[in-house]
Design a protein around this ligand. Sequence first.
Ligand code: IDP
Ligand code: MG
Length: 149
Amino acid sequence: MERTFIAVKPDGVQRGLCGDIIKRFERRGFRLVAAKLTQASEERVKTHYADLKAAPFYAGLCEYMASGPVLAMVWEGRRVVKLARTMLGETDPAESKPGSVRGDLCVDIGRNVIHGSDTVENAKREIDLWFTADEMLDYTSCAHACLYE
Ligand code: IDP
Ligand code: MG
């Protein structure tokens, strides 16, 4: 089983989209491992987006991500990193297909409502950055046998 880090960004929280986004992950069949509403420090956000340090939008992105509440979550499932990225859509909402979170719920690349880890390795790094071990719950999903062969 894989885990991924998903966050509803401040624009998504403010626009009341948390329920819609959680619902998509629940219905797809992923298991919720951890969730918290939190306002991140700029330091945490800068570490989170460290690979984009050289991008012209890095400072604005970090300032924005630390500006308000974020719904941070860990979701688990087979190949969840890749499947979640597909559910998110492309980075630019204009390139995102209808049916994806960004294709359905937003218009601006700088306000694209959701973050999802892009690799298994980055998922591990991001989960460690946003959650402590005791915030993550291990339980068996009743639906497991119906979801997996
Ligand atoms: P991702 O969120 O789809 O993984 P990344 O390339 O990792 O996309 O970029 C992180 C975030 O930075 C994006 O989700 C978006 O909010 C923001 N971003 C990316 N490219 C641009 C841009 O060209 N202008 C403004 N913001 C951008
Ligand atoms: Mg990314």
